[in-house]
Design a protein around this ligand. Structure first.
Ligand SMILES: Nc1ncnc2c1ncn2[C@@H]1O[C@H](COP(=O)(O)OP(=O)(O)OP(=O)(O)O)[C@@H](O)[C@H]1O
Length: 249
């Protein structure tokens, strides 16, 4: 099997006596959507933070395209090809849609703030931003203030921001959160085709979306991966039903 695009190896993180990440080794392979599910407090956000560089693990490692990036900060990982969308929106509400995409591309690329005014007249940057907006279906809103977008459109915009860096892997933290049925359907269709461009590690509570999209699912409970498998394997797993879905086996 080809080398995973993104991987964690024996990742561990303690908060005092609590082990929030307990020996987690997961792979994200080319072309796949790998969903991470688990009850509240299972350690999904803590795991994502270590993968993206916001939190340093106590032990274990993170690998991107075969390279150990454990010591790299968030920005370095973004530059190395890790595209991220957030659970809590990181958009600038008073700025336009286009400005948000350019700002995101700049911020992640490590360019200092003082070049901001020049960035908007940099046609290669704005062309890239427009291409990303076109892809997520927001091009006609390029000059709209972000605050005027619907919740669903903001989610699309976050994906556009991530797209500008041509990521090699995406990490998405609850992209469906707050979307209505129609919004979820649209985003599900979009992610479905996005996986062929870059695989997606997807943390998501919306089980309809997870079951519709995931090639593989890993189930996290008390910081541990208790099972990894296909949708059918996870649905049929006795351990998962007992530990997570709360059903009597
Ligand atoms: N900075 C912190 N200090 C102490 N404990 C923390 C910290 N961050 C998280 N925890 C604890 O670690 C455990 C895992 O939390 P985490 O937020 O990663 O879970 P989660 O699966 O993302 O939950 P949710 O689905 O509710 O977002 C929880 O028990 C939480 O209280």
């Amino acid at each position: 099997m080809s080398e995973p695009i993104l991987a964690t190896r024996n990742l561990r993180k303690n908060f005092g006596a609590l082990t929030a990440t307990d020996d987690v080794s997961i792979d994200l392979r080319a072309g796949e959507i790998h969903a991470i599910i688990g009850p509240n407090g299972a350690g999904k956000s803590t795991l994502i933070a270590q993968i993206c560089g916001g939190l340093r693990p106590d032990s274990g490692s993170v690998h991107l395209l075969g390279r150990d990036v454990t010591a790299d900060n968030t920005q370095a990982r973004a530059q190395a090809g890790l595209g991220r969308t957030f659970q809590i929106s990181a958009l600038a509400m008073e700025d336009s849609v286009l400005e948000n995409v350019v700002l995101g591309a700049l911020g992640s690329s490590g360019n200092p703030w003082r070049f901001w005014s020049r960035a908007l007249s940099d046609t290669s940057l704005t062309a890239k931003a427009d291409a990303a907006l076109e892809r997520v279906g927001l091009i006609e809103h390029r000059n709209t203030r972000c605050a005027e977008l619907s919740h669903g459109q903001r989610r699309q915009l976050e994906v556009a921001v991530a797209l500008t860096l041509s990521p090699k892997a995406f990490v998405m933290d609850e992209p469906m959160a707050g979307l209505g049925a129609e919004g979820s359907k649209l985003l599900t269709a979009f992610l479905d085709q996005l996986r062929s461009e870059a695989p997606i590690l997807l943390v998501e509570h919306d089980m309809d979306a997870v079951f519709a999209l995931a090639d593989r699912i890993s189930v996290l409970v008390y910081g541990q991966v208790i099972a990894t498998g296909t949708v059918d394997e996870i649905r049929q797993s006795r351990a998962v039903r007992e530990a997570y879905l709360g059903e009597e086996a």
